[in-house]
Every structure is written in structure tokens, then in C-alpha cells.
Design a protein around this ligand. Structure first.
Ligand SMILES: [Zn+2]
Length: 216
């Protein structure tokens, strides 16, 4: 009789199994439904790889808004007697990787901490500037006062750029990048790598807070 006991218990366990399986299945369906609902929320889309649900064409040039602001920057600086040279704009991920290798593979100084795809240049959202002296030389001298108003031209350009919505690389504590200006439109590099893109329309883009809030 005692020997029968385990057998009976096992039988009872077997009878309970289908009920448990059904419960687990229902739970799984519920979790899937919640996930699917969450995936459709725009707020969630912002944090997921866009490439999951559509093709993201590669960026090949400066963002139209950044390009427009760059032109305004050049014009406004000119009006203050400062000639700017734009030394870099859009940079492909391959070009960025080559730049990253500089100073790491061979001799010379390290020029960037950003690998291919990790720079705002790779998404057409950054430019680098320098000053053009009266004799045509490109200068990176941050104290240069070509218009002779007692203020460093470099910082005058930075002030105009910030007013136009650019963030300045010179403000970065960890790796200051003085010629660098960028507009991130509130997007991190991770979001850009995952295919998020800023709006192309000026009015739409102007709705969020001006760039400069977020760095890196
Ligand atoms: Zn730069």
C-alpha cells in the first residue's frame, strides 16, 4: 500500500501538468501582447533600432538645416569682419575610422576619440571651422584678432554659432575639440547608429530645445 503512494502522487502531478502549461501559454501571450503594444508607441520607437522595421539610407552629406546654419554663420562672421574657413563637414564612417587610426597606428598625435560611426560628422550634423587671415592663411590661433576689436575672433565665431543652435566642442571637458560645432537635435550617437534621424524640416527641428544640452 505504501509502495503505491508515490505512484498516485506522480499520477496527480501528471494530471496537473496540462493546466500549468495552459497557464504558462496564457502568460506568454499576455507578455507578447504587452510587448507588441509597447513597440508601437512612438516614445519607444525612439529607443529602438529603426533598422528593425525599415531600411535606413546612409547619410552622405550635411543635414540641410546644419548646412543652412553654417552658411548663416559664415555670413554673420563676415559682417563682423571675420573670415571663416570650413575645414570639415560630412565625413563618412570610413573616413572617420581612418582619422581614428591617426596617431594610434603610427606616429603623430591622436586627433579624435570617435571611431567610424561614432562622430556627429558621420551623420552630417557637425562642421569644423578655422579662421582665414587677411593673407589667406588658415589659422587655428584662438587668440587671433583679425578684425581688431579687442576680442578673439575665434570666440566671436563660437558666440554666433551658439546663437544659431550649434554646440561647441570646446566646451567638452574630457576631450575639448575647439574647431568643432555640431547640432544633435536631441539625438545621441547610439540613437543615430540605430537609424534615428533629425527632421529635415526647419520648423519641426526648431521645436525641441536648442542643441548644446547633450554632448558627446
Ligand atoms: Zn569636428
Amino acid at each position: 500500500m505504501n509502495r503505491e503512494m508515490p505512484g498516485t502522487a506522480a499520477l496527480a502531478g501528471k494530471r496537473a501538468a496540462p493546466a500549468r502549461a495552459r497557464k504558462r501559454l496564457l502568460l506568454l501571450i499576455a507578455v507578447l501582447l504587452v510587448l507588441l503594444t509597447a513597440l508601437n508607441l512612438p516614445a519607444v520607437h525612439r529607443w529602438l533600432p529603426v533598422s528593425l522595421w525599415r531600411d535606413v539610407p546612409p547619410v552622405t552629406s550635411l543635414h540641410p538645416i546644419v548646412e543652412a546654419r553654417m552658411k548663416t554663420l559664415v555670413t554673420e562672421a563676415k559682417a563682423q569682419g571675420i573670415s571663416i574657413a570650413i575645414t570639415d563637414g560630412f565625413r563618412s564612417s570610413e573616413e572617420q575610422e581612418a582619422l581614428y587610426r591617426k596617431g594610434r597606428d603610427g606616429g603623430g598625435a591622436i586627433v579624435t576619440n570617435a571611431r567610424g560611426g561614432e562622430s556627429y560628422h558621420n551623420y552630417g550634423l557637425a562642421i569644423d571651422f578655422a579662421l582665414r587671415a587677411k593673407d589667406g592663411r588658415i589659422v587655428w590661433d584662438m587668440k587671433y584678432d583679425g578684425n581688431g576689436n579687442g576680442k578673439a575672433d575665434w570666440m566671436e565665431v563660437v558666440a554666433i554659432a551658439k546663437r544659431l543652435g550649434f554646440a561647441w566642442g570646446g566646451d567638452w571637458k574630457d576631450f575639448p575639440d575647439y574647431p568643432h560645432l555640431q547640432m544633435d537635435f536631441g539625438l545621441s550617437i547610439r540613437q543615430l547608429q540605430w537609424g534615428q534621424r533629425p527632421p529635415e524640416d526647419l520648423k519641426q527641428a526648431e521645436a525641441p530645445a536648442p542643441a548644446g544640452v547633450r554632448k558627446s
